[in-house]
Each structure stands twice: as C-alpha cells, then as structure tokens.
Design a protein around this ligand. Structure first.
Ligand code: ATP
Ligand code: MG
Length: 488
C-alpha cells in the first residue's frame, strides 16, 4: 500500500470496533459490524444489477439506514456517487443526472414521479431485498486522489456546479474537525441535516472514521431533536440557523445537559439575535463557515469567543490556510476582500467544467466568491457573496447586513435585499420582506426602524411587502430573482 491509500473506512471500522453502535434511529440501532454486513450484501446485489467499478451512480433518497448502507456499498465497489437533493424539481434532477453522466439512479418509490424520465436505469430501494447477489472484488483501500462523491452546489448564485469531492477531501475534513472539536469515545452526533448536503454526509463519514454513533432522524422535528439531546446522549448536532432557532423555542427555558458539547452552526450567515440567544441559554454554539467545495467546515469559532468575537465565523481548522485578497493583493487586517482558502479538503474542481474550475481554483487556492475580512487577531468575518455586493455612491453595501437588521424586527419573518440602478448613486438597495401577520407594519414603519441602525446610504430606498421570497432547493434566498417580484 502506498501512503496515498487509506483502508476502506467501514470495513476497517467494523474490524476495529465491531460492536459499537454505528447508527441509531428512533426505532432501531445497528452496530458497525452489522452495517458492514448490510453494505456488503447491498454491494453484491448492486453488482448483480450491473453496477461496476468507476461507474457513476446517483442516489435520490431521504435520510435512512438503507441510504447509508447504499452510500457505503457504492464505495465497496469503487463507484463515484452523486448525491441529489430531494427537493429539486423534475427538470433539475434530469439536468444533474445528465450533467454528471450518471449510469444508474437509486431512489425510493415516493420519488417515482420525480424520476420518471430516468426509468430505464432506475432502481427502487424497496425492490432491493428481492435482488439476487453476485460476488465482486471489494475495494480494500481508498485512494485519496480518487473522486468519491459528486455533490452539486446549491445554485444560489447561478446554475449548480458538480463538485468532485475526493476520498482525501472527506478524510481531511473529518480529521480537521476532530483536531478542533476533539474526539470523545461516547460522542453521538445527531444528523437532522440531509445526507445529500455536505453537512449531513460528513457526519456519516465521521461516524465510521471516529467510531462514534450517528443518530439520524428522517426529517427535522424540534421536539425530537431536543429529546435526542436531553434523553438519548447526543453530544454534537449540526444545525442551520432556522433549525437551531426552532430548537431553542421548543426548549422553552430548559437547559441542555452538560454532556451536550457542540451545536455546529453553518450553511449561511448566523443572525446576531440567535447567537445572543445561545449565550443566554448556555448553548455551546460553534459558528462555522464552509461550502460544498471544501467538503464541509474550513473555519470555526469556539464558544469561548462567542461573546468577544460575536458574529465571527472563527479561525481556520488546523489543515486549512486562509487569506483575504483585494485586487490580487493580500488585504490588511480589517480590510474586506475575497475569502480565499487552501487545504487538503479543497476539491480538485467541478465535474466536466474546466473553465469554472480554473476560474475558482488557482495553485490550490479556492476563490470562494465570498467577501469578508480577518481582524487583527486572525478571526474571519464573512460579509456577503461578491456577486450580491451593491456599490452605492462608491460605498460597499452588503445585503446580508441590511437583511440582518430587518430580521431583528419582531414582526419581520423573512427579508431579502438587492440593488437597483440609480441615476444619482449608481446603485441603491431595495428590500423585500415577509411579515408575521398581514398589515402589522407598513413600509414607513420599516424605514423608521432602520434609521439609526444603518447608515443613510444603507437604508433601503424602497420596501416591498411580499408573501414569499424566491428560494432554491436548499432553502437559500435567491437574491438574483428578487427583482422579478416587481418586474411582473
Ligand atoms: P452556488 O455556489 O451554486 O451559488 P452555494 O454557494 O449557496 O451555491 P453551498 O456550497 O451549499 O452552495 O453554500 C456555501 C456558501 O454558503 C458559502 O460560499 C457562503 O456564501 C455561505 N455560507 C456558509 N457558511 C457561512 C457563514 N458562516 N456565514 C456566511 N455565509 C456562509
Ligand atoms: Mg458557492
């Protein structure tokens, strides 16, 4: 074996600690040995169904033990796995299947209609138990250079891009996270994020690499998530701001046990009121910044800094380097520019997109398209996406900053800000908001609320009250589509 090879993760884990619990659902628990045996059986069945090494196989499934078994089974065969978002439309799924050159799709009966166009090479998980088996040669080692998964970006700034994530990317992501959070033998990581997002998939990989239990819920339910922490020994949970907010509401003043040591909060900007609520309720929140291209976290803030560095995404994980670039030059501390990152968890590029790849990755450095600054102690503050920046009268205006102020109003439940052309200033910000109750506020009230909290040039020139804001399948706001709400 060369140094670029790692033993097959699940096989090695089943050998090292066969009897530890690998996965716990609300009704079932399985050990690493059982998980290995099930994955091996599924790999034999998939071989019978025609899947072979180096094929591309897509998975469109909801979080379940079966999905985890398929994910591992495909690695045993040496397949490249495409993970599809279950909220995508038929056309979006079709596009991603074609773009990734998928040979076979594994899905579930409930997605029959969604995947009808792929009926020739489609396998339903419900049909697997009756499939015969055929032997194949198990991949005993994983090469760190080999592509393990193709995962599409959320498509917030344009068409989603298929990110090639190698075995090495995932491995280093797991190692980098453990060097930061530490590893406790009794850790239990709650997965309420989908496995088709890197935040979810990385929990499965950490479970086998670390030898800890992944507690999985099919969907998110605040009470069940809190019960898992209060009663079933969960020590770490990965969350986005919406889910953490609902969990705190459901907690209703109770406090989590001491054993609960980390709420890893990522996926987008963290609203300050939420971070303040975490401090108030003694929730050990770790703000984190990462993306599909970095196979999960690159920067994380530990709770000891949650007050002194409120709003920061933290410092880089051990294997990661970060710099801020402005017009090709490294920015000074506290000066904004593009966030650029390097590390063994950074993808080698976008599948079949050499142009997009060479534009984003230069000499191993990934140009994230996000703007931020690093303060004089090395803490990163993420400000916004470069493509959404508004330049008004020569000043940079970050939509995320204005949205955060709007969202701090108790009657505003959603907010989106974009720029429109203006004769005098070049561009000015305008805002779209959703109210908790119809008629509870008018647009003048909103402007009045912003005064004093935002500099004059950042106060939206127009406010539109709307019923829904445009969002993608990852529930992220599509600022580029906001303008269509008034064009019609
Ligand atoms: P696309 O690349 O197709 O436009 P996307 O960037 O939304 O989609 P993801 O990889 O799912 O796809 O999201 C990563 C992005 O999420 C980051 O580049 C950043 O813009 C945002 N993000 C993640 N964490 C944070 C954070 N802590 N603060 C602010 N923004 C964050
Ligand atoms: Mg992106």
């Amino acid at each position: 074996m060369t140094t670029t090879e790692i033993p097959n993760w699940l096989e090695q884990r089943a050998f090292l600690t066969p009897d530890r619990i690998a996965i716990k659902t609300e009704t079932k628990e399985i050990t690493f040995l059982q998980l290995h045996n099930h994955a091996l059986k599924k790999a034999n069945q998939l071989t019978y169904a025609g899947v072979k090494k180096n094929d591309v196989v897509a998975i469109l499934m909801k979080n379940s033990i079966e999905m985890i078994e398929v994910i591992h089974a495909l690695k045993y065969i040496g397949v490249i796995t495409v993970l599809l978002n279950t909220k995508l439309s038929n056309q979006e799924i079709e596009w991603q299947l074609i773009d990734s050159k998928t040979n076979m799709l594994i899905t579930e009966a409930s997605f029959h209609e969604k995947t009808i166009h792929f009926d020739k090479n489609r396998l339903f998980i419900e049909d697997m138990p009756s499939l015969p088996e055929k032997a194949f040669e198990v991949e005993k080692t994983f090469s760190i250079e080999k592509t393990d998964t193709i995962m599409y970006t959320s498509g917030t700034t344009g068409q989603p891009k298929g990110v090639m994530q190698s075995y090495g990317n995932h491995w280093w992501s797991a190692i980098g996270s453990s060097l930061n959070l530490g590893l406790h033998q009794d850790d239990r990581w709650l997965a309420i994020v989908p496995f088709f997002h890197i935040s979810g998939l990385s929990i499965l990989y950490k479970s086998v690499i670390y030898g800890i239990t992944a507690v999985i819920h099919e969907g998110f339910d605040a009470k069940k998530a809190n019960d898992a922490i209060m009663k079933y020994g969960v020590t770490i949970v990965s969350v986005v701001s919406v889910t953490l907010t609902r969990m705190i509401e459901e907690l209703a003043g109770r406090t989590y046990p001491k054993s609960f040591r980390c709420a890893l909060l990522g996926g987008g900007p963290a609203p300050k009121p939420l971070l303040e609520a975490c401090i108030e309720h003694q929730i050990p929140v770790f703000q984190t910044y990462g993306m599909t291209e970095t196979a999960s976290q690159v920067v994380t803030l530990s709770p000891e800094y949650s007050i002194s560095k409120l709003g920061s995404a933290g410092k880089p994980l051990f294997p990661v380097q970060i710099k801020i670039e402005r017009d090709g030059i490294i920015a000074e501390p506290n000066e904004s520019g593009e966030i650029v990152v390097k590390g063994p968890n950074v993808s080698i590029g976008y599948f079949n997109r050499p142009d997009a790849t060479s534009e984003a990755i230069k000499d191993g450095w990934l140009y994230t398209g996000d703007i931020g600054y690093v303060d004089d102690e090395g803490f990163l503050f993420v400000q916004d996406r470069r493509s959404d920046l508004i330049i008004s009268g020569g000043e940079n205006v970050y939509p995320a900053e204005i949205e955060a102020i709007l969202l701090s109003h108790p009657h505003i439940t959603e907010a989106g800000v974009t720029g429109v052309e203006d004769k005098q200033w070049g561009q000015v910000p305008i805002a779209f908001i959703k109210l908790a109750e119809e008629g509870i506020l008018n647009t003048d009230d909103v402007i009045y609320f912003c005064e004093g909290k935002l500099a004059r040039y950042k106060i939206p020139k127009s406010i539109y009250i709307v019923d829904t804001l445009p969002r993608n399948a990852s529930n992220k706001l599509l600022r580029r589509k906001l303008i269509e709400l008034i064009e019609g």
